[in-house]
Structures are given as C-alpha cells and as structure tokens.
Ligand binder design. Structure first.
Ligand code: ADP
Ligand code: MG
Length: 289
C-alpha cells in the first residue's frame, strides 16, 4: 500500500474502531479468501455462566467449588472468570500457579494440589467416577463446556458452563460467505459445543479439541493449500495463530498478548468490524484512484 492509502485507510478505520498496525495489514487484507474464527470471546460473548456443578461421592459441592474458584481467580480465561465468580475466595489463595494454554490451570490451594481444566487433561492417568463422566456427556451433548476439577489427583468435580453467541456473528459470517470467503471455526473446546456455535452462525468447517499449536498447524496447512488466511481471536491462546495467519485480527476486550500478536485491532466487540476491516483496503484503493 502507498503511504497515502495507508493514511486514508487508517483514518477511516479509526472512526470504525479498527486500528491497522502497518501497510502489510492493508496489503494482506485485500487478498484474504479464508477467515478462521476462534470461538470463545470471538464468536461468542465470552461471558460464561455456570450451568451445573457435579461432585463425586464423599466430596462437598461448596468445598470443590471453592478450591476451583480460588485457583481460577489467578487465570484470565473466560471459563476461569465464570468459576472464580462462583465463590468468595482469597485472591492470594494459590501457590505454585501454572496455566497451561488450551488445557487448564493447576496450583496448590490450602496445601492441596488442585487442577481445573479440559476433561481430557485433568482425567489423564486418573479414574473418573461414573456419575461425573455421565454428567459431562449430558452437558456436552447440550453444547456446554465442561471442566473437571481434581484435588490431590482425584477427579472430584465436573463444572458445566455456557456461553451465548454474539448477535453480530451470523450476519457477519453470511456477509463473508457472500464475498466468497471460506470460513472456519477452530477451538480448544469440545466438538459438540463447537458444532452448536458453528450451526448457529452458519460456519460449516469446524476444528475442535485442538491445542494452541494445533491451531497454528491448521492455519499453516491452509496457507500451504494456497489460501490467504485471516485469523480472528481474542485470547492469549490465540496469539500463535494470529501471528501465523497472513492477517491477524484481535477483537474486543482482547488480551494484551493477542493485541501484540495481531496486525489489526478491532476495538469493538461487534463482529461486523471484521467485514469492515477486510473492506478497508478495497475501499481505499477505489478512493485513491
Ligand atoms: P478456546 O479455543 O475455546 O478459546 P482454549 O484453547 O483456551 O479454548 O481452551 C480449551 C479448553 O481448555 C477449554 O474448553 C477448557 O476446557 C480448558 N481450559 C483452558 N484454560 C482453562 C482454565 N483457565 N480453566 C479451566 N479450563 C481451561
Ligand atoms: Mg477466545
């Protein structure tokens, strides 16, 4: 892009809450033919609510929830915020806190090792009580996200949370498809929850239960196929994918890490900004001619 084109696009963009980091962003946005969306916080509002809490025999609901909430108070994840809000906890109640992107969190709470995260990660190498496994299946079939809680390596809780799809999501996807773009949803969440959102917004390609580096690999593969890929995401876990894509767009109240990794910052929560951002380069070119 010429300096003038960049200037014009930047001015227009700023009015729409769209910030371009440089001329590469403008050049790439003209060529994009594939748009990959993160799910939580990007296609959905990311304000999750707890739907149900199940605990294993011999465990008190309050105790399990308090241990999980204490641990999650140290995490920025959307799932964490829902769980942390469920109990009044000591904000400094965790020692040896570790967040594993795409998996969950672990740490020591009141002298006990606590883990909260994806069922696959938490249940690794541990037995899962049958009633928890059953409640997980029921909740996932309903499109909810389920995390397991373990205390001292014993899986003792299943917490189901639910999110809502952004009101701007379906029309944004429709518009992108009308423009001839291929759309994909790539998420670390379970397949049923991913499918539910995809159906609601009109995306037909879904890649679920992937770790952050597998999101990167999927984008690399699309690029090898000759696609010019835009990635839209909001979280720390999206940063590697935002960098790998031809064009990375960080949306809404994105984390600092996502913002640093992106080429374009969309300040608004509204997904129509994606269409506007991709249209900026085209519009600018026409104006300048
Ligand atoms: P997404 O692709 O939907 O943004 P992530 O890659 O961040 O999801 O996480 C994938 C899964 O890992 C989540 O659905 C959840 O099961 C688990 N997870 C990640 N971080 C946390 C956390 N802080 N607390 C609980 N579970 C987590
Ligand atoms: Mg996200």
């Amino acid at each position: 892009a010429t300096p003038t084109a960049l200037m014009v696009a930047s001015g227009r963009g700023a009015q729409l809450g769209i910030f371009l980091k440089g001329h590469q962003a403008l050049d790439a946005s003209r060529e994009v033919d594939t748009v990959v969306f993160d799910k939580t916080g990007t296609l959905t509002n990311g304000a999750l609510d707890i739907v149900s809490v199940s605990v294993a025999d011999g465990h008190a609901r309050d105790g399990v929830l308090r241990a999980a909430a204490t641990l999650e108070a140290a995490s920025e994840h959307a799932v964490a915020k829902a769980i942390a809000a469920a109990a009044d906890v000591d904000p400094d109640g965790v020692d040896a806190f570790v967040a594993e992107p795409g998996k969950g969190v672990r740490g020591v709470v009141e002298g006990r090792r606590v883990q909260v995260g994806s069922p696959r990660w938490v249940a690794k190498g541990a037995a899962v009580p049958a009633d928890l496994a059953r409640d997980r299946r029921t909740a996932e079939a309903a499109g909810q996200t389920v995390v397991y809680v373990s205390i001292d390596d014993e899986v003792c809780g299943a917490i189901a949370v639910a999110d809502t799809v952004k009101s701007s999501a379906a029309e944004t996807v429709t518009e992108l498809r009308r423009l001839g773009m291929r759309t994909l949803l790539v998420t670390g969440d379970n397949a049923a929850a991913a499918k539910k959102v995809a159906e609601e917004v009109g995306i037909d390609e879904v890649v679920a239960e992937v770790l952050p580096d597998e999101k990167v690999a999927r984008i690399e593969r699309l690029r090898e196929e000759g696609r010019v890929v835009a990635m839209v995401g909001d979280g720390i876990n999206d940063a590697p994918a935002l960098v790998t894509a031809d064009l990375g767009l960080a949306i809404g109240r994105g984390t600092d890490v996502a913002i640093a990794a992106a080429d374009i910052i969309l300040v608004r929560h509204d997904l129509r900004s994606v269409v506007e951002a991709l249209g900026l380069a085209r519009a600018t070119r026409q104006t300048i001619r």
